[in-house]
Design a protein around this ligand. Sequence first.
Ligand SMILES: [Zn+2]
Length: 182
Amino acid sequence: MNREFVPSRLDVTGFAEAAATLSGSDPVADYARLSAELAEPASEAQVRWTVQGENRPGSEGEPVAWLHLHAESTLPFVCQRCLAPVSIDLEVDRWFRFAADEEAAAIEDEESDEDVLVAARDFDLKGLIEDELLMEIPVTPRHEVCPEPVQLSAADDDFEEANEARPNPFAVLGGLKKPKGG
Ligand SMILES: [Zn+2]
């Protein structure tokens, strides 16, 4: 039996039961919250993802739905040193376990190493992919070596130029001391 699974409205329990796999490659523009974090529009950038479902026995032998998510993208963020765009690789590789309801998910999430989510027949997989990629963005993205002189030294250059424009105080002093008719 072939079932169609829709990433934006995923039947998590059915997906795990069928041990199904879904994958895709979407323009980053499809992910509004992620796009809002970028240094510049990245029309070529893709979010590539694969999700696998799996049922595992729970504490009383009952089937528990698990999902494995792998997602990756290379996106331009603002370098916190030079403020120019810097290309950063984001990668998510994580298991999620599904609980029957909100309450069970909250309790189980406290107790377990893996993330526990609430099972739904219309689970927003794209939302999960976006949440996870957002969490992978470094706090201070930056180039290993910035391509241009950093802002600070640009400011220093301006400062030096301003100094050069001002008359040298010693020259002024010399002028005053210059003997008359010398
Ligand atoms: Zn930089």
